[in-house]
Each structure stands twice: as structure tokens, then as C-alpha cells.
Design a protein around this ligand. Sequence first.
Ligand code: HEM
Length: 415
Amino acid sequence: MALIGDLRAYPHFPGFDPLTPGQLEDPFAELAQARAEQPVFYMEKYGMWVVTRHEDVWAAYKDQASFSNAVAHQPRCPRPQSILDRKGDWALPVDGNLNTIDQPTHMPLKRVWKTALDRAVDGIGPWLDRRIEELVSAFEDRGEADLVEVLTWPLTVSTVAHLIGAADEDAEKFKGWAEGWFELTGSSALSPEHAEACWHGFVDFEEYIERLIADRRREPRDDFASFLIAEQVKGAPISDREIVTNTIGVVAAGSDTTANAIGQMMHLLLSSPDRLQDVRALPELRANVIEETLRLRGPVRCEIRTTARDVTLSGVTIPQGAMVCLHLGSASRDESLFDRADEFDPRRERLSRHMAFGALSRVCIGAPLARLEMRKTLDVVIDRFPRLRLADDQAPLRYTESLVVPSLRSLKVKW
Ligand code: HEM
């Protein structure tokens, strides 16, 4: 990253440090202050600019020539020696992933991946119903449970496993790999031992997916990878490597995010008996509960870009070659779009203006599936557990260490 000029001359906002335990839990008071006082600023500690206002984040999404995705998912902790020994000069399994490609290549490829995903998701409803039923009936007699352990993660990893055609028992491994990936790409402050474990998980993940793709080449099935292979055989410009990196991308992008979204939705509802009561009584509010959760507690807090030229936002010039954090969570609470922006209010109008799924040509292709998983889980949990509440020992929410996707560690409930 080339940074030009005197770092001290850049605008700073010292109150914001997204990896401190307090702000991993809740960075929103500091972000509201930043939106009002210093909407674009430089975080010296992480070598990164932060963009907090909706209009600026939106402008960056529109100006893809200036804001490149190429380093969106680069690990922020160095490769340990054991990885160099294991893999040598190894191209990361995120390079070539849809989310790390800029225009003009991005959109034509996105159409292929979107078709592949839509096709795999089409008709998934009955499968999801069965899976949720299976998971819920395994714990419903217990009277208490950690929803992250028994429901949110098992559901979302088995869903992506189902999409790509992996065995259910393998899906369990995806949790550690996906969380580790977001920790490596979202924190430069992991302990060396933990970073090393995340790195090895990254390699295991890649080797697993390579084996799966090789199997599908030999024996195609009706799944995401088999469809991409068939498209490639028909002449679509997709390399073998892209099939691997994008299958990894779907697993990582689709499991951690959706598990967190479901957990956050349940936490928001259970934090106030009135809310739960309201949503029980008025099923028509449920779609908005999902949007309001995504607005207030979107699992992807920010997206990382690099500037291809000097760019000015809210009067601040970010130099060429800078790393930039587009804060989606902050943009979704911008008071210029939403009154009482920090309040949970599923009766708001035009709720879907939040930025939880990104925007424009970079919008999430898994959004329909994520919304479906959230809705089906919400219906089952609300209807099957009339006495559901937070467990007495449910402390404030704790997260894994990532400024991009901090992952909810547990959500203890009883009924
Ligand atoms: C609540 C759950 C989810 C959230 C909050 C979320 C959020 C996002 C965001 C913010 C982006 C934009 C990235 C950028 O700006 O560069 C994105 C892109 C993407 N998401 Fe999701 N996502 C979710 C679920 C899923 C699921 C279930 C899948 C697939 C099964 C998925 C697959 C993808 C892919 C492939 C991209 C890349 C699109 C591109 O670069 O054009 N996501 N997601």
C-alpha cells in the first residue's frame, strides 16, 4: 500500500478502535459521533481510512474505478513459516474470487456465479424446512440451549454444504475455517498462534474444496460446483482455479454472515419482551424484523477497498493507494436516511435502504437465501417456543476478532 504524505496531517478520529472488546460489541456511539464530526478519517493503528456516512459509502460503491476490490479479502497477519513450508509460493484461495475482481471482468463473471447460485437455491425451501425441523427437534426438550451452537451455525453451514454438494458431516469443519478466514482478513492483531491456526484452516479449506471439485468433475451432480464445471465445458471463460476460489467464497460468505444475522435477530427480539410479543401477534411484521436486524446489526460491518486514485469524500481527500474501510454498519444507521437511527423499529418505511448487503453491481448474490433462512428460522422459533427468553447467564454479546465480520460466539436462551 503506497501512502503519500504526512500521516499526522490526515484527519483522525481517536475514539474509534473497532477491535477493542467494547467496540467489537458495539461501535455505534463512536460511529455516530464520527458521522457528525469527522465522517472520513484515518486509523493510524490499522493503516486504514474509514468512511462512515451513507452518502459517501454509496458514492464509493458507485465509483468502482476509484475504489478497487482487489484487496478486499487479504489476510492482515503475515504468513507463518509453517505455511511457507507447507505451501511454498502459494496463491491465496481468495485471489480470483468474484469479490476480489474489479470491472470490467467482474460483472460478466458475476452473472455466471449468480446463475449458478440461483439455480442451486431454487426450490431449497422444503430442504430448509426439514433441516430446521431436524435441528430444532434435537434440542426442543432441553429447556435451555446456546442457539449459536445448536441452531444458527449448524443451519447455515449445512445449507452452504448442501448447495455445493458437500457431506453434512464435513459441514462442521466449515465453521472454524470460515470464522478463521474472517479473523485473518479482519484483524492485524491476532496472537501468532491463533493466526497460524487460521492460516492452516485456510489451506485445509482450499484442499477440501479442491478434492470436492475433482470429485464433481468425475461424477457431476445437481449442485453449484457441477453447474460451474458444466458451464466451463460449454465454453464459459471460467478457470479451474476460479471454480475452487468461488466455491470457497460461497461457503465463507454464506455461512458466517447468515449465522450471525439469525443470532442478532433473535437477540434483538429477546432483549425486549414487547418486541417479541409484537412479532408474535403480527406475523406481517416479520419481513421487516429481518430488514431492521440487517440495518441495525448487519453481520458485515464493513467492506475493504483500495483507492486507485486520489478521491475526495465529505471534503477529505483520501490518497491513491490507500486502504479504505467502507463502514456499512455506520451507513445503515445514518440519521439522514433513518430517524431515530439507533432504535429497533420494524414499522419503519423504506427499511431496505440499509447497506447490509452492499449495493449496486457489488450487491450480495446470496441475499435472497440469507433472507429465506432468517425468515424460516424466525417462524419456527417464534411459533414453537412461546416461553423463549434470554438465559440468566447470557452476558453481553461476545465476538471473534474481526472488523469485517465479527462472529457471535454464543447466544444462551431458555424456555
Ligand atoms: C445475512 C447474510 C449476508 C450478508 C449480510 C452478506 C453481505 C454481503 C455484502 C456486504 C457483500 C458485498 C461485498 C462488497 O461490497 O464487495 C456481499 C457479497 C457477496 N455475498 Fe453475501 N452476505 C450474506 C449472505 C450470503 C450468502 C448466503 C451467500 C451465498 C450462499 C453470499 C455470497 C456472496 C457473494 C458470492 C458475494 C460477492 C458478490 C460480488 O462481489 O459481486 N452472501 N455479501
